[in-house]
Unconditional design. Structure first.
Length: 211
């Protein structure tokens, strides 16, 4: 994507203090959401330029009875509150990343975490694609722009982005891309795609810059 004058929105000169070009904020709050075990903690940890804050705890026998491990049998920890990281894309775009808990019993935290969020990355796992439906519905209902990133786990089925779009029943303008949460470059590319998508949207005054 480029501006009307041909400049790249991610390399254009920094705008005056108080916001980016056309009022786009410099500091952006972004959520990383998705189902249980989809790779949110890994995504945030991999791309963060600071030591990430993580609230992972060991899975217990009690939680195993509540949270299905089908397809992710090797998972031994889970996020119980949130993950937090930061990534500076360029002089105009600093992202503050908040990873949401994936288990249904912690979804009450999503409302609080989404306060002030300008956009989101919804991670999807083709082995458990239905687990991302709740996140998609959540952001659609709240008018928060998002992209869907298919985290390609080893041994998982490989589908084209448009096949995933059809399966989730996404609107045609919502970006769908493939990623590997373990690879920093792949995660950064996902976040750049989100920022480019956000630049095409009309910002909601109730979301956006961090105070």
């Amino acid at each position: 994507m480029v501006y009307d004058d041909g400049s790249d929105p991610l390399t254009a000169p920094r705008a005056p203090a108080g916001g980016g070009r056309d009022g786009f904020p410099d500091a952006l709050k972004v959520l990383v959401a998705g189902g249980f075990g989809v790779g949110k903690t890994t995504f945030v940890s991999t791309v963060s330029e600071i030591e990430p804050l993580s609230t992972e705890e060991l899975l217990t026998t009690v939680s195993a009875a509540t949270d299905s491990l089908e397809g992710i049998e090797s998972k031994s920890t889970t996020t119980v509150a949130m993950d937090f990281g930061r990534l500076t894309l360029d002089e105009r775009h600093v992202l503050y990343l908040f990873g949401t808990p994936g288990q249904e019993r912690f979804w009450f935290m999503w409302d609080e975490l989404s306060d002030g969020a300008l956009g989101a990355v919804v991670l999807a796992d083709t082995r458990r694609l239905e687990d991302c439906f709740s996140a998609v519905d959540f952001f659609e209902r709240r008018g928060i722009a998002f992209v869907v990133a298919v985290n390609e786990f080893d041994g998982s089925f490989r589908y084209e982005p448009e096949e995933v779009r059809a399966a989730i029943d996404l609107k045609p303008e919502v970006p769908v891309l493939l990623c590997d949460a373990r690879v920093a470059g792949s995660g950064i590319e996902t976040l750049v795609t989100l920022v480019q998508y956000l630049l095409t949207q009309t910002p909601d005054p109730s979301h956006g810059a961090l105070s």
